[in-house]
Design a binder for this molecule. Structure first.
Ligand code: 13P
Ligand code: SF4
Length: 359
């Protein structure tokens, strides 16, 4: 587990306590499984019953009800990434999506509080785009191997080494790193952003695999950094070929954080939202989602008749977000994500430049 994510804790915990002046104290709700709880959570259970046995639902349901009640009391919304577990995705999330969709929703949210069910860079992006809101992270330790791979000083070093070369940062980076870059991108628009710059050479950091996948689709020369996603870097092309042989007719849908020998075997490569749309549109009989495990669990209910072939890999950071931690977060209004206003202002121009790009 990255140490820098842990090191963040004290600073944010301290900031979180200041919120107590604005948000009234609320007692921890009763978490008994009553008839009322069963009735109020029945619709959510239907969506997760393929993955959560009925005997286990009484352990989740009181949290689902308590969180949904507290959201109203706090005027809060839950933004949840597609990698959240099904009980979060279907039980308490108000908005689900990929990194770009969540960033756009955060920018236009009118709620007082945003609970970010995802990882730390996503919460920072929400704060950058909507600084007056209270952004809560249920677990400050939820980092990202890509975000941990590069610092602002590293970016300054790249600028010195490659004068005049525009720097595109993947959204999976800290606010400090974004503040040093020209424009941001996500997995759904990386190629478009790189080509929009009209430069012969572009630095696309910090994911070496996203950069390699973009480089295959453009004449722009792509320079990069040595970061990688711990979930996607583990898949191999050989594994894909073995699945094609052992599961006849299987369609392979990959994320661009995968190595290029994996994406070379894929029928489709795109962001998590792109992958979902592809499956919904093409309705393959059998599909291998080359990404985080919760994706298949979450969309199975909306794609009847599609058989999701494993393997998948778990993201240890995304999996730090749980229902009990979301509830604690809303009860105690912690941990609040704060971004230094000067850093936020510079980072905002890189993120907004991406969001405002038409096409
Ligand atoms: P997207 O959902 O934007 O494709 O990103 C995947 C990811 O790894 C987020 O951490
Ligand atoms: Fe980071 Fe990969 Fe986890 Fe996404 S899946 S948060 S890129 S480590």
């Amino acid at each position: 587990m990255p140490t820098s994510a842990q090191a963040r804790k004290p600073a944010f915990a301290e900031a979180g306590t200041s919120r107590k002046h604005r948000f009234p104290a609320i007692a921890m709700p009763d978490l008994s499984y009553t008839l009322e709880v069963a009735e109020e959570t029945a619709a959510a259970y239907e969506k997760v019953s393929h993955i959560i046995p009925a005997i286990e639902w009484p352990a989740y349901a009181p949290y689902v009800k308590a969180i949904n009640d507290l959201k109203k009391e706090r005027n809060a919304v839950i933004l949840a990434h597609n990698y959240m577990t099904p009980e979060i995705y279907h039980g308490v999330a108000d908005i689900v999506g990929d990194s770009l969709q969540l960033a756009k929703e955060a920018a236009r949210s009118e709620a007082d509080v945003i609970v970010q069910c995802g990882v730390h860079f996503m919460a920072e992006t929400s704060k950058i785009l909507n600084p007056d809101k209270t952004i809560l992270m249920p677990d400050m330790g939820a980092g990202c191997s890509l975000a941990e791979s590069i610092t602002a000083a590293d970016v300054r070093g790249l600028r010195e080494k490659h004068p005049g070369v525009p720097i595109v940062t993947y959204v999976n980076t800290s606010a400090e790193v974004k503040a040093e870059c020209d424009i941001c991108c996500t997995s759904s628009n990386a190629l478009q952003i790189v080509e929009s710059l009209g430069a012969p050479r572009v630095l696309l950091i910090p994911d070496r695999y996203l950069a390699a996948n973009v480089a295959l689709q453009t004449d722009v020369e792509i320079l990069t950094w040595e970061g990688a996603c711990v979930v996607h870097q583990r898949f191999t092309g050989e594994e894909m070929r073995e699945y094609r042989e052992s599961v006849p007719g299987v369609k392979i849908v990959a994320h661009p954080e995968c190595p290029t020998d994996v994406t070379a075997e894929a029928d489709y490569t795109g962001s998590t939202a792109g992958m979902i749309t592809w499956v919904q549109k093409n309705k393959p009989e059998k599909v291998l989602l080359v990404t985080e495990c919760s994706m298949a669990d979450n969309i199975a209910v909306e794609t009847p008749g599609v058989d999701y072939v494993r393997p998948c890999n778990l993201c240890p950071y995304m999996k730090m977000i749980t229902l009990p931690k979301i509830l604690e977060s809303l009860v105690h209004m912690r941990d609040e994500v704060v971004v230094d206003p000067q850093v936020a202002e510079r980072a905002r121009s890189a993120v907004e430049r991406m969001i405002n790009l038409k096409g």
